[in-house]
Design a protein around this ligand. Structure first.
Ligand code: ZN
Length: 114
């Protein structure tokens, strides 16, 4: 995969590497308008809840989730314990519906209506 180069904000041409800033970050320079700019790649946040779902619902082990995500087992267990400590969401209240209940007791059959 080719390295991504930043595009100049004023003329839309590709910038070239131009040393480092005083803080040590890479600096780029536009070959057309000679403006310099910094560039940083924003890392996408890992959705630990999706990994937690794999662990709980799909029965994946810590080793499988670790191999897939690249995080260590210890770090994943810390992240999963955050979800395990949370209270479950409140379930919606279902209006009571009359239901038939069949109860077999001492060979006799009772039909109860609630
Ligand atoms: Zn430019």
């Amino acid at each position: 995969m080719a390295k991504k180069r930043p595009i100049c904000l004023s003329c839309n041409s590709y910038c070239v590497s131009w040393g480092k800033t005083t803080s040590g970050k890479k600096r780029f320079r536009c070959p057309r308008c000679f403006q310099t700019r910094g560039y940083h790649i924003t890392k996408s946040k890992t959705d630990f809840f999706a990994l937690f779902r794999q662990y709980v619902f799909w029965g994946h082990t810590y080793e499988q989730v670790s191999d897939q995500s690249g995080y260590s087992i210890q770090y994943l267990s810390i992240q999963f314990h955050i979800f395990l400590k949370q209270l479950p969401p409140v379930l919606p209240i279902v209006p009571q519906v009359s239901a038939f209940l069949l109860v077999k007791y001492n060979i006799k059959m009772y039909i109860g209506i609630r």
